[in-house]
Design a protein around this ligand. Structure first.
Ligand SMILES: Cc1ncc(COP(=O)(O)O)c(C=O)c1O
Length: 438
């Protein structure tokens, strides 16, 4: 491919934060560490109440939300598919709990973490449309996927159907298991430019056979941004007695997900992505009826009791990071303060603004992500023919302070994943920089 990586005509205002902007951000971080009056969760809740439930809210509100995050001034971080910052109310809580354990690691002092862990499970279940005995806090999506893959009884003659866009932890991990137990792994490709949910359902419908035992797919692909019609796929699988695993790494915490309504058997996610929670935390959901179909991969202290408590059976993982577990509950508090519907609407609005801007300013850009909201979410992926985006990637960060991802080798493409800590002003600045590339 031709390599044209010079940036042209990028106005300085696009990437050099103004003094006003810097002072404002500085004030925000000082407020958060307690040197200035902080808005706090109650303040945020009061501001959120001014908007209709689920309405996107205005830019002033989102600037307040942004100030809840310790983001480096000037940085435009749009990398939520990979890793997200936690807001101060979460990172402060994790910091506080960590100190508490380090100050006094006695059984007596740590007893309170049992309640905090229970509260976190209850909050997670509430947020995800599940029951508290159907969820367990893991380390991440990779672990959740592997707990399911390793825990199901599969044998020669059985078939597992995967989306070919699945992440390695829900893809290669099946191959490794299949080598040991002799079952078959089948991969399904979906059209590159889907026009409707039916375009995405049809290839899966064709692939399922009477031998299929499991259908496993990413809710939203991290390599294309395509959102699969999860409920329709799960309904189709259930009618044929097929178990479903949804890898929710790209929807957990950001989309309104009602697990009972979707009807999947297993769902996994990472707290450190869109959920904005503590690092190395994750969710595994196991539908109540499926608990008996899944073997635990790790058995440790507490097994006797946990084995009778639904999905807790998959949570005897030895000594845990109590601060992380408690922090998951604090994260749900934060998300609920803003409102799940509002968070999804905002992320969709930012993604739509990015798509519109790219189409307008870089007409030759080729989208891997559908433009329709029904078939996509917060992941926006595109390439620019003739432009070596991999060569441009270092300068996007070092000169223009954009945190995003580059993928692919022959025809590299860029992935922008905006979140609630981004502003529409940042979307415009991203456009200025990308225009300079095209
Ligand atoms: C769809 C999907 N599944 C799983 C993962 C793995 O997440 P983690 O590394 O937090 O386990 C990712 C990470 O990007 C992902 O995009």
């Amino acid at each position: 491919m031709t390599s044209t990586v010079s940036f042209q005509h990028v106005p300085e205002s696009a990437y050099r934060p103004s003094r006003r902007h810097f002072l404002k951000r500085f004030a925000g971080s000082m407020a958060a560490v307690g040197l200035l009056p902080s808005l706090g969760l109650a303040g945020l809740e009061a501001r959120a109440a001014a908007f209709a439930p689920g309405a996107v809210a205005d830019e002033a509100f989102w600037r307040l939300v942004k100030d809840q995050f310790p983001l480096r001034p000037g940085l435009i971080l749009m990398n939520a598919a990979n890793l997200c910052p936690s807001p101060y109310p979460v990172s402060d809580a994790v910091f506080h709990f960590t100190h508490d354990v380090d100050a006094d690691a006695s059984f007596q002092n740590r007893g309170k973490f049992n309640d905090l862990h229970e509260a976190a499970l209850a909050a997670l279940a509430r947020y995800m449309g599940a029951d508290a005995d159907e969820v367990v806090i893991t380390r991440n999506t990779s672990e959740g996927n592997n707990l399911v893959i390793a825990g199901l009884d599969l044998k020669a003659g059985d078939e597992v159907v995967l989306w070919d866009q699945n992440h390695p932890s829900n893809n290669v991990a099946w191959d490794v298991r299949a080598q040991r137990y002799g079952f078959t792994v089948k991969r399904v490709a979906t059209p590159g430019n889907p026009q409707s949910a039916d375009d995405l359902i049809a290839p899966f419908a064709e692939a399922l056979t009477t031998n299929t035992r499991v259908l496993s797919f990413s809710h939203i692909s991290n390599v294309s941004g395509v959102a699969l019609p999860a409920k329709a796929l799960c309904t189709m699988a259930r009618q044929r007695g097929i178990f479903t695993l949804i890898d929710g790494a790209q929807t957990f915490g950001v989309h309104q997900v009602d697990l009972h309504d979707i009807g999947c058997d297993f769902y996994t996610g990472s707290a450190h992505k869109w959920f904005l929670g503590p690092k190395e935390g994750g969710l595994l959901y196991v539908r109540r009826e499926r608990v008996g179909d899944l073997w635990p991969s790790v058995v440790s202290v507490g097994w006797e009791q946990a084995s009778r408590q639904g999905a807790r059976k998959f949570g005897t993982l030895g000594q845990r990071d109590d601060a992380m577990l408690a922090g998951v509950g604090k994260t749900v508090d934060f998300l609920e303060t803003i409102g799940n519907a509002r968070i999804e609407a905002r992320v969709r609005a930012l993604a739509a603004a990015l798509k519109t801007g790219i189409r307008e300013h870089i007409p030759q850009a080729q989208f891997h992500t559908p433009l329709t909201p029904e078939l996509s979410g917060g992941v926006v992926i595109f390439g620019i023919p003739g432009v070596d985006l991999r060569a441009a990637f270092p300068a996007l960060y070092s000169t223009y302070h954009l945190g995003c991802a580059v993928m692919g080798s022959d025809e590299p493409f860029i992935r922008f994943c905006p979140h609630i800590y981004n502003t529409m002003d940042e979307v415009e600045r991203v456009m200025e920089v990308m225009k300079g590339l095209a």
